[in-house]
Ligand binder design. Structure first.
Ligand SMILES: *Cc1c(COP(=O)(O)O)cnc(C)c1O
Length: 413
């Protein structure tokens, strides 16, 4: 459930008219509903309440400081994948004991910063990384907690680019390597291996692959008599973009909890999309309409640099008018495309909709996760503004970039 609803002909975010925000802030524009974010977080928290898990919001899905702050204040931790995300986590006030840090390519400076901050865990993804974390910890005279990220080699039905738990992907270590790491843990004097971590992919609609992966990992611990305290099952819970029928948080928990309870391990989850996707929209303005042969195009001011999911994953996003037209004007199929000079620059293809007029606003739904956080300056386009709505108020929480921002740090010589 999200809080983007029509009242009369106007799309509202909570109690604020989206067109009012756009009139004030301009387009393209991201709008987030604070209370939807908090609802989604609460849903997972309640579903798993019986084991009091640590829920670490995946910062890469939406890195906006106000979004992070809202969730951290509600009790969430954060799942980070870079030094930059650590920096954001600190600014958002995430307590170190609620920060976990994954990623296959952590640099020494990033590791040092995270140790200094005192994060709960590194989710280590290779033996060489373990050696480096150990050396960093030694140089700071600290003992550091890690979880071993295991690649459980389970397939999931999602887009190839967002599968992360197949044997052939770069993530985690296989069971043989994990075994070697546990067996040689004495070598890493400044490290305590306190958990296992999996993250098998994203936009996964049913709990079966999670169950398979968890069973494999628990079986591995059991068979080798390995003792750890934490089981981190990552993120990946799917959401509704159009006709998907994903598990609910309660349905998901119902399938996962029996396994977790039996293991007696403390549970960590790292949801990103589940919390953020349907908590945000991208608002864009229609610039032109045109026809090339039989093909009809609606050209809008938002583009692949603002929201790359359609171009990158062929992802589907529902597109709604911010103000519904009075009468049914002509309905046809359109490609909704941006100004970027790439054939792959589209927000929707072959979409049946009422023809909008130039100047109309469109809402690209479900854009709160992997939207702004994946945006770029390609074609020297300043990044969009971000707004957060709380009840009947809205706040610009990231100013639209200026041309000056585009060249910051550049010199001519
Ligand atoms: C991206 C990522 C997540 C979040 O995935 P979602 O599909 O957005 O829930 C969680 N954990 C790790 C390690 C990730 O890389």
């Amino acid at each position: 459930m999200h809080r983007f609803k029509y009242i009369g002909r106007s799309l509202f975010c909570e109690k604020v008219k989206v067109s009012d925000i756009a009139a004030k802030v301009g387009t393209p524009l991201y709008v987030y509903s604070r209370n939807t974010l908090l609802d989604h977080y609460a849903k997972i928290k309640e579903a798993f309440a019986s084991v009091s898990p640590l829920i670490c919001f995946s910062v890469k899905s939406n890195s906006n400081l106000s979004v992070l702050r809202a969730l951290v204040k509600a009790g969430a931790g954060v799942d980070i994948v870079s030094g930059g995300e650590l920096y954001r986590a600190k600014l958002a006030g995430a307590p170190p004991e609620r920060v976990v840090y994954a990623g296959v390519g952590k640099r020494r400076d990033e590791i040092m910063d995270a140790i200094r901050y005192g994060i709960l865990f590194f989710n280590v993804e290779s033996e060489e990384e373990l050696t480096l974390v150990n050396a960093c910890a030694a140089s700071l005279g600290k003992k550091v907690n890690v979880a071993v990220r295991i690649n459980p080699d389970v397939d999931v039905s999602t887009h190839d680019y967002i599968k992360t738990g197949k044997g052939q992907t770069k993530f985690g270590v296989n069971f043989d390597t994990a075994k070697r790491i546990f067996r040689s843990s004495w070598k890493y004097r400044n490290i305590a291996i306190r958990g296992v971590h999996i993250h098998i992919g994203s936009q996964i609609l049913n709990p079966q692959p999670f169950r398979r992966a968890i069973k494999k990992v628990l079986g591995f611990l059991d068979k080798n008599s390995l003792l750890v305290e934490y089981l981190n099952i990552g993120g990946g819970m799917g959401v509704v973009y159009s006709l998907e029928k994903p598990q609910t948080a309660t349905g998901f928990a119902g399938k996962i909890l029996p396994l977790v309870r039996k293991s007696n391990l403390k549970l960590i989850l790292e949801p990103g999309r589940f919390i953020a996707a349907n908590s945000g929209i991208l608002v864009t303005m229609v610039l032109f309409r045109k026809k090339n042969g039989q093909k009809r195009f609606i050209i809008v001011d938002g583009a692949m640099n603002d929201l790359i999911r359609p171009s990158l994953y062929e992802a589907y996003h529902e597109i709604l008018p911010v103000t519904k037209p009075r009468r049914r004007a002509s309905v046809a199929r359109y490609d909704i495309v941006g100004p970027v000079c790439e054939t792959g620059d589209f927000l929707a293809k072959n979409r049946k909709m009422t023809e909008p007029a130039s100047g109309d606003l469109l809402a690209v739904m479900g854009s709160g996760a992997y939207g702004y956080s994946m945006s770029s300056n390609y074609n020297s386009r300043p990044r969009a503004a971000e707004v957060i709505v709380d009840g009947n108020k809205f706040f610009v929480v990231k100013k639209r970039e200026t041309y000056g921002d585009l060249v910051r740090g550049e010199t001519i010589r």
